[in-house]
Design a protein around this ligand. Structure first.
Ligand code: PLP
Length: 373
């Protein structure tokens, strides 16, 4: 196998922390062996800290962010129920598609790519439709926006009998998130971005209210693989433990170590480090005359930054030059931003001043080659 060493500064995966790669190479245990079950319990604890919750319902779904996404919808939406999906990039679009497949009645709320939803419009929509779920993406990695989630949105959802479900795949660990304080009911994420792990495990959280909904369903979730009653039982949510699937042992070791690294650094410091990397990046990019795709400062996602491609610049050549000359991955746009932006991920282990300086240098060089500096 030939695996080149590359610096991954696109929207993910990010480079894995060496401690996490080392943890992954530890000897296998049986997926029901007591020492392994203890590691799973420690993961649940680490996730409580990461999500800022006291809920007992935290675990890693065996699969990537999409598995977390499907688990959220398949378990919390019953056929015929309404779901409001905030769409301002491809992730909302996918959840709308997924919700239709689970026979939900989908109401999409659209915002222009690069914009977010105001809490007033979200609260008004929830009060009007009283849906089973309001779904939002905290960090829209296709457009680089950060959706605000506080400001009484959770209370408004609770008052309408609505569960607030949030995608944090591109944001968890990089920006503040308070599951309990903000009244969020279900969150999923991914291991390969701000948590600096390999892809393959999706941090997952449900509130007591979400669990009540799952318990009181009239029909079983239409998925066996992602039925949270069954997976929760493997993770010890209900006291006993039974086999549902063979937990991906090495991936769980990796996540145990990733959560230890989060705890060692502390969330406040981790959030501050990501913010500092974002500020450093934009100081450098502005000095090269580059501008953000997201116009409103408050809407900018600091973990995945979208940079407008200036008139007359071939974005793909800049990307290729970065890879060929610096072994550095930067990415183009996705969905509504395709061809219009570059995307720079500043996530986890990679969010350091040295890496950011290299990204800026790659832009300087790429633009110079096209006669734009
Ligand atoms: C915001 C967001 N949601 C969901 C996903 C899907 O995650 P995965 O590719 O791990 O399945 C991604 C992946 O980039 C993402 O950025």
């Amino acid at each position: 196998m030939e695996v080149p060493q590359r610096l991954l500064m696109g929207p993910g995966p990010s480079n894995a922390h060496p401690r996490i790669l080392a943890a992954q190479s530890l000897p296998l245990l049986g997926h029901m062996h007591p020492p392994f079950l203890k590691i799973m319990d420690e993961i649940s604890d680490g996730l409580r800290y990461l999500f800022q919750t006291d809920s007992k319902y935290t675990l890693m779904v065996s699969g990537t962010g999409h598995a977390g996404m499907e688990a959220a919808i398949a378990n919390l939406l019953e056929p015929g129920e309404k779901i409001i999906v905030g769409v301002n990039g491809i992730w909302g679009e996918r959840v709308a598609d997924l919700s239709e497949r689970y026979q939900g009645q989908v109401i999409t709320m659209n915002a222009q790519p690069g914009k977010t939803f105001s809490s007033a419009e979200l609260k008004a929509a929830v009060a009007q439709h009283k849906p089973a779920i309001l779904f939002l993406v905290q960090g829209e990695s296709s457009t680089g926006t950060h959706q605000a989630l506080g400001d009484g949105l959770g209370e408004a959802c609770k008052a309408a009998g609505t569960l607030l479900v949030v995608d944090t795949v591109a944001s968890l660990g990089g920006v503040p998130l308070f599951a309990d304080k903000w009244g969020i009911d279900c969150i999923y994420s991914g291991s390969q971005k701000c948590l600096s792990g390999p892809p393959g495990a999706a941090p997952f959280f449900m509130s007591e209210r979400a669990m009540d909904k799952l318990r009181s369903r009239k029909t079983k979730p239409a998925t066996y693989n992602l039925d949270m009653n069954l997976i929760g039982d493997y993770w010890g949510w209900f006291g006993s433990r039974s086999y549902h699937h063979t937990g991906p042992v090495s991936t769980f070791y990796a996540m145990r170590e990733a959560l230890q690294i989060v705890a060692d650094e502390g969330l406040d410091k981790m959030w501050a480090r990501h913010l500092a990397a974002h500020q450093q990046l934009w100081e450098g990019l502005h000095s090269l005359g580059l501008q953000s795709y997201v116009e409103n400062d408050a809407d900018r996602l600091i973990t995945v930054n979208t940079i407008k491609v200036p008139e007359g610049v071939d974005w793909a050549k800049v990307v290729k030059n970065a890879m060929d000359k610096y072994n550095l991955e930067i990415a183009g746009g996705l969905g509504p931003s395709a061809g219009k932006v570059w995307r720079i991920g500043l996530m986890g282990y990679n969010a350091t001043p040295t890496n950011v300086a290299l990204v800026i240098e790659a832009f300087r060089d790429g633009l110079k080659q096209q006669g734009k500096l």
